[in-house]
Design a protein around this ligand. Structure first.
Ligand code: PNS
Length: 160
């Protein structure tokens, strides 16, 4: 049986930290679905289409990775894809509490699906989409933090 996993998130926009988690998951599992969540409570910088397109472009060399979007519960989406696990990345201790709560809640919703955490590569421990957006907005250097394509997209958004 194919081992399918779902990596859900906002990806507003995808960073090199996300990409590292995607690549590492793709080495372990048969299929990785990167799933962009349509959050009605958040006003993203990039539209859903832009976020999906950027992800598709930066993962195009990875044969067993696909990109999709979803709304509603992650666990319902995971079930619809017959996935065995949810992938999440962990950076600092401060990530732990929220991730712990989310993993327990998801376990409550479906006991058969695991949440599997990938510890960040130390290179990306300080990296987040929000931090990248803030640096980019004020014209700071984001080389090495995001793929070149994302850097270009951020420059266009902030008209730099
Ligand atoms: O990249 P993010 O913003 O940390 O991703 C958070 C995400 C999308 C994984 C999380 O908010 C989520 O799963 N939302 C979908 C709604 C849901 O299933 N909620 C119950 C679990 S917290």
């Amino acid at each position: 049986m194919q081992q399918i996993v779902v990596y859900p998130g906002s990806f507003d926009p995808v960073t090199n930290g996300h990409l590292d988690i995607i690549k590492r998951s793709a080495q372990i599992f048969d299929q990785v679905i990167v799933a962009v969540f349509k959050n009605p409570q958040k006003q993203p910088l990039f539209t859903m289409e832009e976020r999906v397109d950027l992800l598709k472009e930066v993962t195009k060399e990875l044969d067993n990775v696909s990109v999709d979007s979803f709304s509603g519960l992650t666990m319902d989406y995971v079930r619809s894809k017959k996935a065995i696990a949810i992938i999440r990345g962990l950076r600092a201790v401060s990530d732990f509490e929220g991730e712990f709560q989310m993993a327990l809640l998801n376990k409550e919703l479906n006991r058969e699906v695991e949440t599997i955490f990938f510890m960040t590569d130390i290179k990306y421990a300080y990296l987040s989409s929000s931090a990248v957006k803030e640096v980019a907005q004020f014209g700071g250097n984001i080389d090495g933090l995001v793929p070149d394509l994302v850097k270009k997209a951020l420059k266009e958004k902030y008209a730099l």
